[in-house]
Design a protein around this ligand. Sequence first.
Ligand code: IFM
Length: 436
Amino acid sequence: MKVLNFPEGFLWGAATAAHQVEGENTNNDWWDWEQTPGHIKNGDTSAVACDWWKGERYREDFDLAQSLNHNAHRLSVEWSRLEPREGAWNAAAVAFYRRVLGALRERAMTPLVTLHHFTNPRWLVQRGAWETPAVVPLFERFAARVVQELGDLCDFWITLNEPNVYAFTGYIEGNWPPGKKNLGLGLRVLANMVRAHAAAYHAIHRVQPNARVGVAHHVHPFYPAKPRSRVNHLIAGWQDDVFNRLFPLALRDGHLHLPLGLGARVPEAVGTQDFLGLNHYFSSRVAVAWSSPSQLFGRKLPPKPTGLSNDKELRAWFGLGDIDPNSFYDSVMWFSRYGAGLPIYITENGIPDAHDEIRPRYLTDHLAALHRAIQAGAPVRGYFHWTLTDNFEWIEGLNFLRFGLIANDFATQRRTPRPSAHLYARIARENRIVTD
Ligand code: IFM
């Protein structure tokens, strides 16, 4: 038996996002996307999701989280609610988020608030959303105003969630809004996101000098399919550079290194992170595919079996990747070297497992890998599991991918903690894991 202790003051929580839990979020681009048949699996829409908005069921969810020993929670605010028309601020939405953050504080849970988690107000889309630099002052103004309104309840902020996923799914794969397939535009979107993050970072600090501000970076490591093949190494390295490293390196070096030696200077972005947020789910092994220039000449190998009983169906629709705690370790260690001392928070990590077939094992294996990284010097200060309750999982809809520690019956809104919720509760209470 091994006992792995985590550092004192470690944050243990779960992560959620506004559009995935609130429901009736009718004023943004995702709502519009959901209304077109074929966009979302089984014709689902986010509908009332977990009913946080109308039924204010975040209270019940936070009660459960508190009873499960969470001492922190990551959530996002919805831009289209707070600023439903350009420049017009909605007092009812401000009051709502004040109640949400107040509810966390009453339960002694530290809030971590994300300002942009994939969704855009409809008016912003009409102005070109992230495709044009016009977004930079708009996001900057939004960030400053959120911190003015909510800063007495929170000092821990994430500007952007997974900018690489946003650009890739919306502009390269094209199966998320706005449904475009244009690599050049995707890279332009990323560049504007770097600039907007930097502007928001400085604006938040002007309003709240003690704020801690970061980005939730999504990291999906790519490994050479044949570890001895140099060309496999090269291809995997390109995929890593473009998907995983482009954005974080721009925030360190002030330069967006684009493929083919192209680039953009973003000097205002240098040093604009007080901590590093890391979202990690899967890794992939890649082989050479000279006929796929748009995939940077790489081809992902089919993922290893997950052990889930719906494995086949999952792969057919979702693709997944390899579930591998070592790739989690590698990602944390890369961030540790890259951040040179900046605190690291795991802002998402989880598995879609409706029947909790492998989640308990997944949790202990991943937390053991995280502990190993901490022992090796990575300054990790907290872990937010994705997610608290089953929620609206974007194009996969409501029922197919169930990432919650707590099951949700969307017809009745009845919550039932899964066994792994109790396992995680014990880990959080004891601030350690016990493995055999
Ligand atoms: O649900 C998403 C979340 O919005 C962003 N990161 C990945 C999660 C699981 O797919």
